[in-house]
Design a protein around this ligand. Structure first.
Ligand code: SF4
Length: 467
């Protein structure tokens, strides 16, 4: 059995039953290395990053104009545009659409924005059944879980977990073979595509001058969602616009490379309205719901640039904090460095003032980000705002105060280190603390802590050098 990975936060625990270690850190590292390889193999990568950034910033600076152009083009193409100020309004619009059209079942392709507004719950409360068609989202839905990564929703699960889930929920024969697991999901989902009344998708980009929705997937489920059911609804965050096809192409050049290391995602769907006369397939009706939900406020504030994000996930994969704690720890739809900025920006600092502290400010996310968003700078601004608003956590004031006192009194500092060494060695077994008391149990529930050194560094230094 391979040894458990040891990271700077401790030794990752092995699941007692499956014997498998939590996969997030390893998977995120792998995805990061694919990004580095893809970038190194694309001589124009840096140029295209600049170009994509320019496109996104230019669009944000002229968002009202491009949104209006996009909306009128969608309508000119025979589609319908709905404006939603917040999640409740978007959910009400879609639920009403479903009711008015006698929709009983919906098939969805992966969409973080519909996670953000909790659309599935709203539809189900309205008596409409919803099936997620992206493999990861399908697993999330079956296990009543939440996505833990913006492009790989079940990064936190192993194939053993998924084998058990499919056996339990779908009555499939237990297997841990990825191809067989995919085949089980595929044959189950195929029926759903063919019987659904409505398909709901997200939107990677909306092209203003043609009213086209760009949808990027790796599984082909986006194509089926947007063509098989008789009604297609796209839910789009209002910042997702780009002016032209050429601009969309610049973003596509960096999107998959940064996210998964692919030159291009397997499917790039361009949806420009409902089925036209003579088309062999496509929906009878096409609706776009354009969602604000805090974006206008963000656009007018100091974190406006975060709306340039193209949701590639590269900052999650490289982040030393995300790799260790996983996506659920961030408490909302958008985890990792992007989430630490976007969640307080969209939802307000009052409830989310602790998120900007979930970072080491190492700067790795800026280097990885294909559109060079300076996340650490925004985190610092948000921290400063949180302090100004009186949100400095009590535990932090206390901990920093105690540390400052110890660090400025050498005798106190040495005493504390010595005490830590003694207590640590009493609690440790074979060099690891596997069970800590009180609040420490929250930590050792997931990770073993290395035993602190019995002799602190300064004492060993003195012993060796005599001073
Ligand atoms: S902030 Fe940058 S790296 Fe992170 S998801 Fe957005 S575009 Fe990708």
């Amino acid at each position: 059995m391979a040894p458990e990975p040891v990271t700077f936060l401790g030794r990752v625990k092995r699941d007692r039953e499956s014997g498998v270690v939590a996969p997030v850190s390893e998977a995120a590292r792998r995805m990061s290395s694919y990004r580095v390889d893809a970038s190194n193999n694309f001589p124009l990568m840096e140029e295209m990053r600049d170009r994509a950034r320019e496109v996104r910033l230019h669009t944000l600076a002229n968002l009202d104009r491009y949104l209006a152009q996009f909306a009128s083009q969608v309508e000119a193409n025979g589609g319908y545009v709905h404006w939603a100020a917040d999640g409740d309004e978007a959910n009400a619009i879609i639920t009403e659409l479903a009711k008015a059209n006698g929709v009983r079942s919906v098939v969805k392709s992966k969409s973080m924005v519909t996670e953000e507004i909790e659309l599935n719950d709203a539809l189900e409360q309205g008596g409409v059944s919803v099936v997620e068609s992206d493999l990861g989202e399908f697993i999330v839905q079956l296990s009543n879980d939440k996505p833990s990564h913006i492009i790989a929703p079940v990064l936190h699960k192993t194939r053993y977990d998924i084998g058990e889930l499919f056996a339990d929920k779908l009555g499939a024969a237990y297997t841990t073979d990825p191809s067989e697991l995919t085949e089980i999901a595929r044959s189950h989902l195929r029926r759903e595509f063919l019987t659904a009344d409505m398909g709901i998708s997200g939107c990677n980009m909306g092209i203003a001058d043609s009213g086209t929705v760009v949808l990027v997937t790796d599984e082909g489920n986006g194509r089926l969602t947007t063509t098989a059911p008789r009604i297609h609804v796209t839910v789009m965050g209002m910042e997702r616009i780009v002016p032209t096809f050429a601009d969309a192409s610049a973003v596509l050049e960096v999107l998959a490379r940064a996210g998964t290391g692919q030159r291009l995602s397997v499917y790039t769907n361009l949806v420009s309205g409902p089925r036209r006369h003579g088309d062999p397939d496509g929906p009878d009706a096409f609706h776009v719901v354009i969602l604000d939900n805090g974006r206008s406020r963000t656009l007018s504030g100091s974190e406006a640039e975060i709306l340039a994000c193209i949701r590639c996930g590269a900052c999650l994969n490289i982040c030393p904090v995300y790799r260790e704690v996983g996506g659920h720890a961030y408490g909302f739809t958008y985890p990792g460095p992007i989430g630490a900025v976007v969640t307080p920006s969209l939802k307000g600092l009052d409830e989310w003032h602790e998120l900007p502290y979930a970072s080491t400010l190492c700067g790795a996310c800026v280097e990885a980000c294909p559109v060079r968003i300076d996340i650490p700078k925004m985190l610092l601004t948000l921290r400063s705002k949180a302090v100004d608003d009186g949100h400095l956590p009590g535990w932090l004031t206390f901990a920093v105060g105690r540390y400052a006192s110890a660090a400025t009194h050498p005798r106190q500092f040495r005493l504390l280190l010595k005490a830590g060494g003694v207590v640590g060695s009493m609690m440790a077994k074979d060099g690891w603390i596997t069970k800590a008391p009180s609040h420490g149990a929250n930590w050792t529930g997931a990770r073993d802590l290395p035993q602190p050194a019995k002799t602190p560094f300064h004492a060993r230094w003195k012993e060796r050098n005599g001073s």
